[in-house]
Design a protein around this ligand. Structure first.
Ligand SMILES: Cc1cc2nc3c(=O)[nH]c(=O)nc-3n(C[C@H](O)[C@H](O)[C@H](O)COP(=O)(O)OP(=O)(O)OC[C@H]3O[C@@H](n4cnc5c(N)ncnc54)[C@H](O)[C@@H]3O)c2cc1C
Length: 494
């Protein structure tokens, strides 16, 4: 069943993936009949963020897609992190916040303005059989994909943390709020998304929510309790939930993105944790790529194969990044020690590309403050050259070699003094006489966050310095990143 040119396309779902697929197909194939099916918008959510770079790219192809009244946007270049009352500015971001609903209905209406696009309102319950190509762009919870989960090889993995996506009728500064509540922190991702409205996402570990009595309550009660807990940050404004109570983020993965002439796009194909702020961009890029592949091939099966070969590596890379970001927030919410600039540096460097040197280039003031906090005074030294005292040893550098002996290790100072370390994979539950530091092997796989997780977790629970044991040479930039982020105090080379 190949070789039939695509004359009719049914797109199920009028979110960013579906609407942009219809828009781009209409532009490239004006003689193809496109049906864009969308159920009455029951989608969740308040606002989303888009980067200026991405918006620029979209405007280059579809200038109208982001042409909305100024009151529908908010833009910013700096994010504040509030850690237990301390305000820490970081990040030269070019970002905009926009209401998810406003953006979705705008692009859907734009697509429907094309002569060859017909917007069909209603819930699709059966695959549109007559179309030459069916695009399933019906979101993370796609029912039509679920019915064919064997063919697509679908897996859906819920995260540990719970989140509640809310809005507030006031203009907040873009910020992360990390608030220690005793049993654990509440983490807030907040940003304005219109002239008089902001997004307020609260994320926390379920144990923290249970201890605070915030799980299992009616949503209205949760809204008012959270508004009370964040009264100061909200300046007394109320909160309204835009999801049906607490949610677990679901990571959707499909081993195959097409089944015959049915192709997945956007969240139906893959999801990435919202802390990456990139699900919409991925969905739009999928849609543009799919439409271009369809326009470039008579055979829809070849088009689907080409689309998947281009987009899957991008989605996989984003998924790996999102997994690290999810892991970082989950670790934080399980009660990692909050350490001001070090924690903000860890937040920023949870993305692999954001190494010490890159962040220093992009945001020199923030990085200078971070190193000053580490050193206890302003300094030009890099984190690995910030002195540290370990037991009797005064170290001038934090990339060290250890002598290993029977589960213990020894750190030798230049003056011949010795510090004794114990190799552990969990925090000791009693004092350790004669031990000056703990040495923690790096995790076997994953990225920066995952591999350093055991060391960071143990470091958060003890007062002894922690050395991360790596099994291969670590670039100095990476060691600087781990130390500035307080994932470890020392890096011990093999
Ligand atoms: C808490 C949270 C915050 C987020 N923040 C951001 C952010 O800041 N930036 C960002 O880029 N992304 C963000 N995202 C992700 C983003 O919302 C999604 O990645 C994006 O909306 C995916 O677009 P989509 O078109 O694939 O799916 P969706 O936006 O889910 O659209 C699917 C559409 O299909 C329709 N539909 C579903 N089933 C049917 C059916 N059977 N028949 C007809 N129509 C149907 C729905 O009504 C909907 O309109 C966030 C997600 C969450 C959960």
């Amino acid at each position: 069943m190949s070789g039939t040119p695509v004359r009719t396309v049914a797109v199920v779902g009028g979110g960013p993936a579906g609407a942009f697929c219809a828009l781009e197909l209409a532009r490239l194939l004006p003689d193809t009949a496109i049906e864009l099916h969308d159920q009455e918008d029951r989608g969740p959510g308040a606002g989303i963020v888009l980067t200026d770079d991405f918006a620029e790219r979209v405007r280059a192809v579809h200038p109208e897609a982001l042409r909305l009244p100024e009151s529908s946007y908010a833009s910013w270049n700096e994010t504040i992190t509030m850690i237990d009352g301390e305000r820490i500015a970081s990040g030269a971001f070019g970002m905009s916040g926009i209401s998810r609903q406003v953006f979705h209905s705008h692009v859907r209406a734009l697509a429907a303005r094309n002569a060859n696009v017909r917007l069909v309102r209603g819930t699709v319950t059966e695959l549109p059989e007559r179309a030459d190509l069916v695009v399933l762009a019906d979101g993370a919870g796609s029912e039509l994909r679920r019915e064919r989960s064997g063919a697509f090889g679908t897996s859906v993995t819920p995260g540990r943390n719970r989140y509640l996506w809310m809005s507030t009728p006031s203009v907040l500064e873009p910020c992360f709020l990390l608030k220690d509540m005793g049993p654990g922190p509440l983490v807030v991702h907040a940003y304005p998304h219109a002239a008089a409205e902001s997004t307020f996402i609260v994320e926390a570990d379920p144990d923290t929510l249970t201890a605070l009595g915030l799980l299992g309550l009616p949503t209205a009660e949760v809204e008012s309790r959270l508004a009370g807990m964040f009264r100061e940050e909200l300046a007394g404004a109320p909160l309204t939930a835009r999801t049906a109570g607490w949610q677990r983020f679901r990571t959707v993965v499909n081993r195959r993105w097409s089944d015959g002439r049915t192709v997945l796009a956007g969240d139906a194909a893959h999801t990435v944790h919202f802390s990456t702020g990139s699900g919409t961009a991925l969905a739009i890029d999928d849609a543009l790529c799919l439409a271009r592949s369809v326009a470039g091939h008579d055979d829809p099966l070849r088009a689907a194969a080409e689309y998947e070969s281009v987009r899957r590596p991008v989605a996989e890379q984003m998924r790996a990044e999102a997994a690290e970001s999810t892991a970082w927030f989950e670790q934080l919410c399980r009660g990692e020690r909050l350490e001001g600039h070090q924690t903000v540096f860890a937040l920023r460097s949870r993305r692999a590309v954001n190494t010490f040197s890159r962040l220093r280039e992009r945001d020199p003031e923030f990085v200078a403050r971070t190193v000053a906090r580490l050193a206890g005074r302003p300094t030009d030294a890099e984190p690995v050259d910030v002195p540290l005292t370990v037991g009797p040893v005064r170290l001038a550098h934090r990339m060290v070699e250890l002598e290993r002996r029977d589960g213990r290790c020894v750190l030798r100072g230049t003056d011949g003094t010795l510090a004794v370390g114990l190799v552990v994979d969990r925090a000791p539950d009693r004092p350790l006489p004669g031990i000056d530091f703990l040495a923690v092997p790096a995790g076997p796989e994953g990225g920066r966050v995952t591999r350093s997780a055991p060391a960071a977790r143990i470091r958060g629970k003890v007062t002894l310095p922690v050395a991360l044991l790596v099994d291969e040479e670590l670039p100095r930039d990476e060691a600087n990143t781990l130390i500035a982020a307080a994932r470890t105090d020392l890096v011990a080379l093999p």
